[in-house]
Design a protein around this ligand. Structure first.
Ligand code: AMP
Length: 458
């Protein structure tokens, strides 16, 4: 595979991305860190809290209980914390190892700026100075502002406002991490992370009216839009606004972006614990985009919403790629607006498209191979800081199930274009946060680039 060829393919592409950015404060947990955390509390009380399984972190022991649960089961989790100054102070007293960009729109815009695509316009409702500093320092990374009734694109690092900062605290741990709780030795089953998410009341997932008026112009300036962050919409806000209000607005944002030019829009599904919110993402957003990216749990959840309970349970229980493919075909049948359903799991990334998709199987495969290399580079190095880093990802081999997975995908393609690329699996990843966003945006951007390049050749 030729990295230069990949980069040349995406070079002229212009991207719009919204809505979510935040600062990730990351702590890489060691045995003694977790031991110290659990020893701050009565061990029996922690066990009781684990049983009650708090869904919102209201005090530090809720956090410790959910963290221990996550380590014990090896399952990643993201739990929101209550807005409370004392609790915030408690979390601030922990010494974090690094601060870095978080949120799909933030991660994707930094990645694409680093890959030196032509232009990225990123919109995020809150842009504090600290948040702005998390963006990489490239001239192709722009933020829309309105000055004297005119749309102006400013370098995002220079466009900050007097906004609050949304900080997520991320606790990463490695497989084998161990500590003792009430005499029981607990060992981490997997390398993964536990996220304490902040949900500031004044953060609304929307494009503010000043910039919103110019969305048709912004759409005209780009080729594609990568949209995510809907999982942060709350059911109800203190001022009486509801999730429905924000979802209607978000659906109209897509229409506005597409008004002057038929750009491709991608929904990155993300994990959405609240079932009502998840359903609204399906009803309002999935029905408005050209492309969707998700993992196998998310497609199972969507199928459940659509009434395919049996298929949903099969996917959750067995993780068979053939079921995932059938599930993706159902989405293509239900949502005529969709032209690409993209699913990623730790073993593969998959495109399911209709037979009449303008790209050939080889071209679709190239999109996935590019995305896979991005993921292995980020898994290995923790981040992609320059183009040279992609060579690291290329040194990682496809996982051992690759040939079998490819064969199954081929066998289940009847009537559709089904292509699969096995992951280049890094055994001990430096970090796992943002891999899903990296792989999805890579595949989508490459897809749009190939379509565009084809159009230009004609
Ligand atoms: P996750 O965010 O954990 O759902 O991972 C997203 C995607 O990144 C997966 O679908 C894989 O394709 C890829 N990925 C995850 N872990 C690794 C790893 N250790 N090495 C290489 N790729 C990975």
């Amino acid at each position: 595979m030729n990295i230069e060829k990949f980069l040349k393919t995406i070079k002229e592409t212009k991207l719009f991305t919204a809505y979510n950015t935040n600062v990730d404060a990351v702590k890489y947990l060691k045995d003694e860190d977790v031991q110290r955390l659990v020893d701050m509390f009565d061990h029996n009380e922690i066990i009781e809290r684990m049983e009650s399984y708090p869904r919102i972190i209201k005090d530090p022991i809720d956090f410790v209980a959910r963290l221990v649960y996550s380590i014990k089961t090896g399952k990643p989790a993201e739990v929101p914390m209550k807005e409370d100054e004392n609790l915030q102070r408690w979390f601030d007293s922990i010494k974090y190892d690094e601060e870095r960009m978080g949120g799909q729109a933030g991660i994707v815009s930094n990645l694409m700026a680093t890959l030196q695509i032509n232009k990225i316009i990123v919109y995020t409702p809150l842009l504090s100075k600290k948040q702005a500093e998390m963006f990489v320092d490239y001239d192709n990374l722009l933020y829309p502002v309105v000055e004297d009734e005119k749309l102006v694109l400013k370098k995002v690092r220079e466009a900050y406002k007097n906004d609050p900062t949304k900080i997520n605290r991320i606790f990463e741990f490695k497989k084998g991490l161990k500590f003792t709780l009430n005499g029981e030795k607990i060992v981490a089953k997997q390398s993964t992370r536990f996220i304490v998410a902040s949900r500031p009341e004044n953060l609304r997932i929307e494009i503010k009216d000043d910039v919103r008026r110019f969305l048709p112009d912004i759409g005209e300036m780009v080729d594609c839009a990568f949209l995510s962050g809907y999982q942060a919409i709350k059911e109800k806000y203190n001022d009486g606004k509801t999730a429905e209000y924000y979802f209607k607005k978000a659906r109209d944002d897509i229409k506005l972006l597409k008004r002057n030019k038929n750009i491709k829009a991608h929904l990155e599904f993300a994990s959405i614990p609240n079932i009502n919110i998840r359903k609204m993402v399906v009803d309002y957003i999935l029905s408005s985009v050209d492309s969707v990216g998700m993992d196998e749990t998310e497609i199972a959840n969507v199928l459940h919403i659509l009434g395919f309970e049996e298929m949903s349970e099969k996917i959750l229980k067995n993780s068979f790629v053939e079921d995932v493919i059938e599930g993706a075909k159902i989405l293509l049948e239900k949502f005529k607006n969709l032209e690409v359903v993209q699913i990623h799991t730790i073993y593969y990334i998959l495109f399911v498209c209709r037979e009449d998709n303008p790209l050939s199987n080889e071209e679709l495969e190239e999109c996935l191979e590019f995305a896979t290399i991005l993921a292995s580079s980020r898994a290995k190095l923790g981040n992609i800081r320059n183009i040279e880093d992609l060579k690291e990802g290329l040194t990682v081999d496809h996982n051992k199930y690759g040939d079998l997975l490819r064969k199954i995908a081929k066998e289940h393609s009847n009537g559709y274009k089904v292509v699969l690329s096995p992951s280049r699996y890094v055994e001990t990843p430096k970090s796992t946060v943002g891999l899903g966003d990296t792989i999805s945006s890579g595949a989508f951007l490459y897809y749009t680039s190939l379509l565009n390049n084809k159009r230009k050749e004609k």
